[in-house]
Ligand binder design. Structure first.
Ligand code: ADP
Ligand code: MG
Length: 704
């Protein structure tokens, strides 16, 4: 839903009622009231309970109808059967928003599901923004709001966090308090009956207190609104998310957990990647990145400089950088000469700059000044191992000083724990992310650089596809009428034509004589393929023969193919054979396809064809519509991209031709919603052109 105006009242309420407030310590309805009080809430707080009396010094309201009109936020913690009446009563009093803490809805089975539908209906009827049900609540520390039953209050900060798991909220809150991490907003989404991640993104995008947005989600139900919100938000501030349920076991746990049916993982990866969301695999990375993004400017290029007092960790860092999108900066001649002036002769003057185990804070300071001034350096990582002579805290001071001066992103990796603890605190307090090991440091810098690239990427361009939509739709309609879900090659030829896709010259021959005539017309060699609406995997019935060089071969093959197919599929109607122009030797086979994802719509895929698809599973994915840039990327993202680029003096395939076909396929997927899956397999490509040599489509029939 989009209730932006209401969400201000939701996050920064002046009037809050706790429905189901309790005088008994330990009860949820008691904790919420005390949390609000302890958070320093400055507005009016109304405990509501039919029993009346007083709770924590506040007079209890016995009836929701007695609350002031236009209440900002109602926090509901009553048994499930009383939730709907409570929302209704709040609605009647013109309340703007509500949190349903109570569990026992969608996650609890059919009855709960139906009850949750009523929450949605109430929200629509009264225009109330509702968080939950089955959630921990929400906190906005800067505004003195802790409308949750969590233990502890986050300190104010610039990181917003939302989570579909309440348990994770509890754990993270506790951890963050220990790690001294502050939050701008802290939200437990629960079942997302009304408010979901898209609403959070829309609001947090505009929230001035929030610099970085973190999210943990198990599924996205409204793919389109998520993509829209994510795209917009990511242009403005970084969004870092974990999507769980990536493994089959995880997906199963997710569906029994919040009643969420996890979508396929590739579609999430594609959705995140295309909308600019930074996806991480674990909670540690979530916060590593959050700290980096919230405190340092983005690196404006890939070149990383490392200053270290030890060799091994320096090499580890260089290795990690090598595996990433970053490069170890090549320092300028001038920089190296300047370093040589004060570093011992046995130091390493090239990146990583090793200033040797006996380095004191002064040597660090001098080296950092020189390295950070090199214009080829985009980001700096300072490594320190706590040797006997190193001045740990003074070095931290030197790092802080340099970071303030140079305007480039600076990161520290002070290895170890006890001895470096005070220095780490100094650094963190000064806004310099400090890691215990090089790899997470490099990962953070890489993520920031990738985000920089994404933010500054050219505006997506989409091509116009000239097509005869009516002709394509007629093929689909015809199959719907026949209740035939598979559109096989010989019938899908019409669709290819309608979209102007490049195909080998193809003729349907109903007899062997027609086949010969067609072959003579096309020119040898030709390919013969079985043409039957009932046979979509032609090779399985021996229905494809390539490399036919003369009339006799064509004649013979026509007869043998049709006879064999009829033998193997007795019920199949055999229309004849396709006679097809044979692609020249040396072409490569690729597959271009799409499948329709439940949440995110059509998802295009690209990979090498033939054995590679099945054995290597070397496929890349993107959601439709694909821009020029997306198509450029999708063909380059597969591991076997090098094979297409050509080995040993081979010419590269015509990538532009492939990209065109992919963009047309993307258009087709959007044009024809009844087509559930489609694939061009193979598309045959060489350095000159690409042709669609086979096509198959699957329809989504209503009664299926
Ligand atoms: P299937 O229904 O079995 O997928 P295809 O039409 O894809 O049938 O043909 C099977 C294989 O035959 C293709 O993967 C490709 O290697 C080869 N082939 C098909 N058409 C041609 C063609 N026009 N030129 C060259 N090879 C082809
Ligand atoms: Mg095929």
């Amino acid at each position: 839903m989009t209730v932006d105006t209401n969400l201000y009242a939701f996050f920064s309420p002046d009037t809050v009622a706790v429905i189901g407030a309790s005088a008994t310590p330990g009860k949820v309805g008691h904790t919420i009231v005390s949390n609000m009080i302890e958070a320093g809430f400055k507005g009016k707080l109304f405990p509501v309970n039919p029993k009346g009396g007083e709770i924590q010094g506040l007079p209890v309201i016995t009836d929701i109808a007695d609350l002031p009109h236009g209440l900002d936020l109602g926090v509901i913690s009553v048994p499930p059967q009383y939730v709907i009446p409570a929302i209704e009563a709040l609605g009647e009093r013109g309340a703007k928003s509500a949190i349903v803490i109570t569990a026992g809805f969608k996650e609890a089975g059919k009855d709960g599901y139906l009850l949750e539908q009523e929450i949605i209906a109430m929200s629509e009827k009264y225009g109330i923004a509702i968080l939950g049900p089955n959630c921990l609540g929400m906190m906005n520390s800067a505004h003195g709001v802790n409308a949750s039953f969590a233990a502890g209050h986050p300190t104010p900060g610039s990181i917003a966090f939302f989570s579909q798991s309440g348990a994770l909220c509890v754990a993270i809150l506790d951890w963050a308090l220990g790690a001294n991490i502050g939050f701008s907003k802290f939200i437990s989404l629960g079942n997302k009956a009304v408010l979901d991640e898209a609403d959070m993104l829309d609001y947090l995008n505009k929230d001035e207190e929030t610099k970085v947005i973190l999210g943990y989600i198990e599924n996205v139900e409204h793919g389109e609104s998520f993509l829209k919100a994510a795209r917009k938000t990511c242009l403005n501030k970084p969004v870092i998310m974990i999507k769980s349920g990536t493994t089959a076991a995880g997906a199963k746990a997710a569906s029994s957990h919040t009643g969420a049916i996890a979508g396929s993982d590739q579609s999430y990866s594609a959705a995140f990647h295309q909308s600019g969301v930074i996806r991480v695999g674990d909670v540690a990375s979530l916060f590593n990145l959050a700290q980096a993004f919230s405190s340092q400017p983005l690196p404006k290029g890939p070149n990383l400089a490392v200053v270290t007092n030890s060799g091994g960790p320096g090499i580890l860092t260089a290795d990690a950088a090598d595996r990433s999108r970053l490069t170890m900066a090549a320092l300028s001649q001038k920089t190296i000469q300047r370093l040589q002036k004060f570093l011992p002769s046995y130091a390493a003057f090239y990146n990583p700059v090793d200033i040797i185990g006996d380095a004191d804070a002064k040597r660090y300071r001098q080296a950092l000044d020189v390295v950070s001034e090199d214009p080829m350096v985009h980001s700096i990582l300072v490594l320190l191992t706590p040797t006997a002579s190193v001045e740990i805290e003074q070095t931290a001071e030197a790092v802080i000083r340099m970071a303030r001066k140079c305007g480039k992103p600076v990161f520290a990796c002070f290895m170890g724990k006890t001895r470096v603890a005070p220095a780490r605190k100094l650094l963190m307090d000064a806004g310099i992310p400090c890691y215990a090991f090089p790899e997470p440091a490099v990962h953070s810098i890489e993520a920031m650089y990738s985000y920089y690239l994404w933010k500054n990427r050219p505006k997506p361009e989409y091509i116009e596809v000239n097509r005869d939509l009516e002709q394509a739709r007629e093929v689909v309609r015809e199959h719907m009428r026949r209740n035939q879900p598979e559109i096989v090659e010989f019938e899908a030829q019409q669709v290819l034509k309608a979209y102007g896709l490049p195909t080998p010259q193809t003729v349907l021959a109903r007899s062997s004589d027609e086949a010969v005539a067609a072959a003579e017309e096309i020119g040898y060699p030709v390919v013969l393929k079985i043409a039957s609406p009932d046979i979509s995997h032609k090779s399985d019935v021996g229905g494809v023969k390539v490399n036919l060089w003369n009339a006799t071969e064509v004649m013979k093959t026509f007869k043998s193919i049709t006879a064999k197919a009829q033998r193997m599929r007795r019920d199949a109607y055999i229309a004849g054979c396709l006679v097809q122009e044979m692609a020249p030797p040396g072409v490569k086979e690729v597959i271009i396809g799409f499948k329709r994802d439940e949440e995110f719509g059509p998802m295009l895929m690209f990979g090498l064809g033939g054995i590679y698809v099945e054995i290597m599973k070397d496929i890349s994915f993107k959601l439709a519509p694909l821009s020029r840039q997306d198509s450029f990327e999708i063909v380059r993202e597969i591991k076997s991209y090098m094979l297409l680029k050509g080995l040993k003096g081979e010419k590269p395939v015509n990538f532009t031709a492939l990209e065109e076909i992919i963009m047309v396929m993307s258009r087709l997927a959007i044009d024809l919603p009844e087509v559930w899956e489609a694939e061009f397999n193979p598309v045959l490509v060489n350095h000159e052109r690409a042709i669609v040599a086979d096509v198959r489509m699957t329809l989504h029939l209503k009664d299926k």
